[in-house]
Write a protein that binds this ligand. Sequence first.
Ligand SMILES: Cc1cc2nc3c(=O)[nH]c(=O)nc-3n(C[C@H](O)[C@H](O)[C@H](O)COP(=O)(O)OP(=O)(O)OC[C@H]3O[C@@H](n4cnc5c(N)ncnc54)[C@H](O)[C@@H]3O)c2cc1C
Length: 414
Amino acid sequence: MWDALVVGAGIIGLSTAYHIKRLNPHHRVLVVDMLGGPGRGNTARSVGMFRDFFHSRTNRLLAGSSVKFYMDVSKQAGLDLRMNGYLWILSPEEYRGIRGYLRGYEYRMYDGDELERLIGLNTSGNPKLGLPEVECGMLIPKAGSIDVKALVAYYYNQFLRMGGEARFGVKVRRLLLEAREAKGLPGEPHLWQDARVSGVETDVGLIRAKKTVVAVGGWAPVLMDRLGVECHVKAKKRQVFIVGARHGVLNRLVRAGGFLMEGYPPMFILPKFRVYVRPHPEKRLFFVGCSDHLGRPFMVEDKPRPEEEFYEYGIKPVLTHYLPSFSEAPVVGSWAGLYAICTLDHQPVVFEEADMIFVGGASGSGIIKADAVGRVAASLYSGLEEAELYDGRTMRVSDLGLRNRRVEREVFVI
Ligand SMILES: Cc1cc2nc3c(=O)[nH]c(=O)nc-3n(C[C@H](O)[C@H](O)[C@H](O)COP(=O)(O)OP(=O)(O)OC[C@H]3O[C@@H](n4cnc5c(N)ncnc54)[C@H](O)[C@@H]3O)c2cc1C
């Protein structure tokens, strides 16, 4: 019998397992995943960007502490952390809305003329596409890119070093719900019996544990709906298109100066629909994506596919309006993954029921917040009311729960 069984070896499951083991060195902790190794689910499909800039107090706390942790272990863990920043390109209305949240943040403003000169930005609007004109750019410096594979390896290796164990290629079919005092009746547990999640049924047999931690990202509804417990997390496809920048204007843009790191421009976020453009100067590429909502179904897919027409007719008109240099640029690749969206408020969810701990709903910023979310889940496992975060601040564990949830809705979801 394991003390803790963590289902899911994505960044959230790994961080949780690591912190459980750190807080409880003598507990036997096992991580299982249906894929062939750690971090191969949606964690492997992220674009590896991080920021500490959010609208809500909750996300500011979770991201702020996690980013500090990543910065401090970056050298030791080889995280290749680049503080190239996020450049939010804002319409007048967006700027008015965002201004109120800037207190306490470091930022630098750019006017339209500067952006035109530095990145060839077209600052006019396009009424036909409903695109607003650009008021300014706001550069957030405590933000950048991280090597997600290295972060996964860091948590995984630290976890193993502390004596944790992992098994891959193990698919959980269902969470085992059993009566604490079984009577041997057919169909147990019955409604009058005290039931608990006692482990999992997998394609290679049963695994029993005192506590079962469900950290399956976008797959959450598959296991949780079957258990009959609402976790308020649903999956939505997200797509990334790789645009080549080996030649011409884009070759200059991908190495544009005038921001935080010479030759390494920030991630650009365009007005209104928040089309994002992550430059990758070493590879001479851009990663371009956008989170669409209406018409994009909530759906769990094991192998979501990118849609050519989503780029061509959805993203490209917006992208090329503001950054005309992308007009002739070739798409040289693409991928898709799932966001695990918390439908309540776009905040992570961490709660316990019947010896099952659920952790998920990172809502598109799970890399950014993984360390702090793992600490909160591990604190819940350890019976603590307060989670001690890396940066010395604390968070009430129940704040991310469902019964006494105390979070604000996040609006800066990209
Ligand atoms: C296109 C895209 C771009 C993104 N960009 C960023 C970014 O720049 N920055 C950022 O912070 N976040 C980003 N994200 C979000 C980020 O990737 C996620 O928030 C994060 O990876 C979630 O981690 P997770 O551990 O919850 O989920 P996952 O990494 O998906 O892990 C869940 C694991 O559970 C396993 N599993 C599921 N069901 C079962 C089962 N029945 N049995 C056994 N194992 C199971 C899966 O195999 C998987 O390994 C992006 C996401 C996408 C899709």
